[in-house]
Design a protein around this ligand. Sequence first.
Ligand code: ADP
Length: 450
Amino acid sequence: MKQKILNHGSFLVLLSVLLTFFAASFVMYHKFSMNMKQDVRNEAEYIKMGIQAMGQDYLTEAVGKLTDSRITLADEQGNVLFDSEKNPSELENHSDRPEVIQALKKGHGELVRFSSTLSTQTFYYALSLEDGKVLRVAKTTDSVFHTMMSGFTLLGILTIGILLLDFFLVQKQTTDLIKPINELDLENPLKTVCYEELRPLLVRLDQQNQQIARQMEELKSAEAMRREFSANVSHELKTPLMSISGYAELMMNGLVSEEKVPEFSGRIYQEASRLSTLVADIIQISRLDEKNNELVFESVELYELAQDVAAHLKPAAEKKKIDLTVEGQEICLEGVRQVLYEMFYNLADNGVRYTDEGGRVKITVSRKLCQPCYCVEDNGIGIPKKEQERIFERFYRVDKSHSRESGGTGLGLSIVKHGASVHHAKINLESEPGTGTRVEVVFPKKTENI
Ligand code: ADP
C-alpha cells in the first residue's frame, strides 16, 4: 500500500511538472513572440519616417549599424536597393515575396518563415513608402520547438530535484498516513477510528470479533455439556448393568431358590428393558445433537400423529386405568416426523407415568392464536415450581426413584426441548403439585402447511 501511494504520488508530480513546463513555455513564447512582432512593426515605422526625412542615406549611415534587425529596401519592381546584411547585387528580385506583395497592395504586409531545420523562425514586416518603394524589417528568433527543446536540460535537472524532494516528502506522508492503520487495535477496532472511511470495515471487524467470541463461548459450553453428558451416560448405564450382573451372579451361584427364580429373572428383564430404553434415548438425543442439518422436513399431520402416540401408550394407560384421550383437529405442518413423534410420545408418556391410577391424560391438537399447538394435560402428581426450570435438563428428575420405577430415563423432556428448537417451537409448562400438569408445544405459524 505504501509503495503504491509512493508510486502514484511520484507519477502525479512528474506529470504535473511536465504539463506545467509545456503550458508555461507555450504562454511565455506566445507573449514573447507578440512583443517581438510589435517591436519589429514599430521599428519599421520609425525607419520609414527616417527614410522619408533623410532619404536612403538614413539606412546606410544610421540604422543599418544600430539595430540587429535585418533591413531591406526594394523598389516597386522588387529589386533590392539596400540590405543591412548582404550586398544588394547578390540578392534576387523580391517582387514574389508575400509580405512585399501585401505591402504593395495594402500598404503593409507580414509573414513568419521557418528555417529548413525548424530551429529558427523569421518575422518579416514590409511597409510601402510614399515614393512606392518597399521597406522590410526582419527579426529571427528560436522557434517554439527549439525554445522548448533547449529548456529540457534545465527541466530534467529540475524534475530530478523535485522528484527527489517529492520522494522524501511522499514517503514521510505515506508513513504518517499508514501509521494509524498499522497501530489499529484489532481486538477493539472501534476504540480508535483513525479514518472515517475505515469505519464500515472496522464495524464489520468488531462484529466478527463479537461473533467469534460468542462462538467460542458456545463451543466451550457445548464441550462442557458433552463432558457432563458422557459422565451422566456412564453413570446411568452403570446402575442397571450392576443390578443385572448382581442378580445374575446370585442365580449363577445357586443362591436363589427355585421359586424365586421367576422373580429374579423378571428383575433382570426389567433392568435390561430399562437399559435398552436408556440406550434408545441416548441414541435419539445424540442424533439430534449431531444431525441438526441433515434432518428431513416433510408435511406432517399432527392429529394423526397424536392418535398414533395414544395407540402406543394405550396398554400402559389401561394398566393404570388411566383415561387417555385425543381431541382436536387435523393440522399439517412442515416438520421432521420422527422427531415430532418422539416429542409427542415423551410428553404423553410422562403424563401417563406421573399420573396415579384412575387418573386422566388428555392430548389436544389445536390452533392457539392461529399457531399449531400440541398439548398434554394430566391430573397427576405435578411438578414443584422450583423444579420446573430444571426438568428439561438432561438426566434431571424430580424424584429419581419414582422416575426409575416408572421406567423413566431422565432424557424425555430434553428430547422434547431439542425437538422444539429444531422446529422453532415454544414449550409452555403449567404444573401444580397434587393437581396436575399441562405442557404445550406451540409451533410458529409459518411452518404450518394447510
Ligand atoms: P423421565 O424419563 O424421568 O420422565 P423426563 O425428562 O421426561 O424424564 O422428565 C424429567 C422429570 O420431570 C421427571 O423425572 C419428572 O420428575 C418430571 N415430570 C415430567 N413430566 C411430568 C408430569 N407430566 N408430571 C409430573 N412430573 C413430570
